[in-house]
Design a protein around this ligand. Structure first.
Ligand code: SAM
Length: 224
């Protein structure tokens, strides 16, 4: 018997979880691939999926640049959901050893991904970000999210972030600190900053049952 299970759990998905992903949906196909990899915390699957599908509703194509990528699942999913993105770079100062298992499992399930996701063990400052890229990041802690936004702003390209760990001491709360709690003020100020650069910004949320850090910011530069 299959019980409902908590999508915010950090326990690793393994073969034992395969019965939970027996349906015909694309998400279940991804779930099966990730169970085969036997290394990814359950929460990361749900987060990456919910972020990826929302990004792809708004932003098609472009090279994907996943900064502070962890296992890099988001980069893989963005290519699965939109094959018009030719390649992805997924960069993190510390790529987990098990990231290779995620890549292998995703390629087994979608052979067309082979050779298209480049995992780079680099600080985001060293990643080559170009106009036309789709810059994404899930839970780049605190000011790292600002660094992600800055990398995209510097070349005027699209960006999507799911921020976390906003730091009330150093985060820019703009004029909003008197009305909004600090994490929200910091995120609202991020939207303001992007809009001042002419960006169109959408705000969405992924389900709170997966993570309380669920605010998704999607920003697109003005037409050239
Ligand atoms: C909370 S984890 C999020 C990982 C992944 N995006 C996810 O959702 O599972 C934050 C990540 O940021 C990475 N990181 C920290 N500083 C970084 C930097 N300067 N450049 C790139 N990655 C960095 C860490 O190694 C860690 O993997």
């Amino acid at each position: 018997m299959v019980h409902a299970f908590d999508p915010s759990s950090r326990s690793k998905l393994t073969h034992r979880d395969l019965p939970r992903f027996e349906g015909p949906s694309l998400f279940h196909a991804v779930g099966r691939a990730i169970c085969e990899a036997e290394c990814l915390p359950r929460k990361e699957l749900f987060e990456a999926w919910e972020v990826a599908r929302r990004i792809r509703r708004r932003f098609r194509g472009g090279r994907v640049v996943d900064l502070a990528c962890g296992h890099g699942l988001l980069a893989h999913l963005l290519l699965v959901l939109d094959d018009t993105s030719p390649t992805a770079v997924a960069a993190d100062v510390r790529i987990p050893e098990s990231a290779a298992k995620v890549t292998a499992a995703m390629i087994r399930a979608w052979p067309r991904l082979a050779g298209r996701v480049d995992l780079q063990a680099l600080p985001m400052a060293a990643v080559d970000v170009r106009a036309g890229d789709l810059v994404v990041s899930v839970h780049a802690c605190g000011a790292l999210t600002d660094d992600v936004l800055q990398r995209a702003l510097a070349v005027g390209t699209r960006v999507a972030v799911l921020p976390c760990c906003q730091d009330a001491k150093i985060g820019d709360q703009g004029s909003f600190g008197g009305w909004l709690d600090a994490p929200l003020a910091i995120d609202v100020e991020r939207v303001t900053r992007l809009r001042l650069h002419g960006y169109t910004v959408r705000t969405e949320q992924i389900p709170e049952a997966i993570t309380e850090k669920n605010r998704l910011l999607l920003a697109e530069p003005p037409p050239a």
